[in-house]
Design a protein around this ligand. Structure first.
Ligand code: URA
Length: 242
């Protein structure tokens, strides 16, 4: 069951706010009956009419993509850069769940299910996200310990992260490591690294929970299986209790 205004907005007709206005103005019918109540809930199969025109209810779809570098996660770009949404051939109005930077590649979920998206990205739902990080310096033991404890960023302490060093290249002053964080703050990995005076030179998200894109080329995408959607929802909810 979903709120009537949410279903009208999801059909693409108008915003949720405008849909509320339509309901209050008596312009919406469910199964032939005019509804004035804003909290009214509709179920699958209910026929919704606005000004006596039947609206098409949108199917919920869930994709995972291996986001290529040089693509953006916003829906439009004033600089005309390629958006991730434009790479997916589907009729539904999908959007990315959270953001990866222009120069970051890797696991990205896209959907038209707002509630699901919110569960995955909301800070109180702690779903582990692992990044493959390359930086222009040598990460020392104290710095690793601090990442694992929490770093005081300007928007607060980070939750304890996990660090797995993959390679320290002393000759070229580079460290390659896996970093698992439980949050998804803006530019979080870059800011954690900048805290030590280093820069991220390459960033790839390897996984969100169990979801990986190892077998997909950059730019490839696929529909999530219903069980994967279910498991992601469950993991996000379990993370909430942490
Ligand atoms: N952290 C960042 O700094 N950038 C990303 O794209 C993802 C996480």
């Amino acid at each position: 069951m979903e709120r009537l205004q949410k279903v009208i907005a999801a059909s693409g007709l108008c915003s949720r706010r405008k849909a509320e206005g339509l309901i209050v103005d008596g312009r919406v019918k469910v199964n032939g009956v005019t509804i004035h109540e804003l909290g009214y809930k509709v179920k699958k199969g209910d026929q919704i009419e606005v000004d006596d025109e039947l609206i098409q209810r949108e199917n919920k779809v869930y994709y995972v993509m291996n986001k290529p570098k040089k693509t953006i996660c916003t829906l439009n770009d004033e600089k005309d850069r390629t958006t991730v949404v434009s790479l997916i051939d589907c009729p539904e109005r999908i959007y990315p769940v959270g953001r990866l930077d222009y120069d970051t590649s890797g696991v990205l979920i896209l959907t038209n299910d707002g509630e699901f998206a919110n569960n995955i990205i909301h800070p109180r739902f702690h779903l582990p996200k692992t990044y493959d990080v390359l930086i222009d310096g040598i990460l020392n033991t104290d710095q690793i310990k601090l990442m694992e404890k929490g770093i005081p960023l300007d928007d607060g302490m980070t939750l304890p992260a996990k660090v797995r060093i993959r390679n320290k290249d002393f000759a070229h002053k580079k460290t390659k490591f896996d970093l698992t964080i439980m949050e998804g703050r803006n530019h979080q990995v870059k800011r954690m690294v900048e805290y030590f005076g280093y820069q991220v030179t390459s960033l790839h998200r390897k996984s969100i929970g169990f979801l990986k894109v190892d077998d997909m080329s950059q730019g490839d995408y696929r529909l999530l299986k219903p069980q994967e959607v279910k498991d992601l929802r469950r993991m996000a909810n379990e993370g909430q209790k942490r």
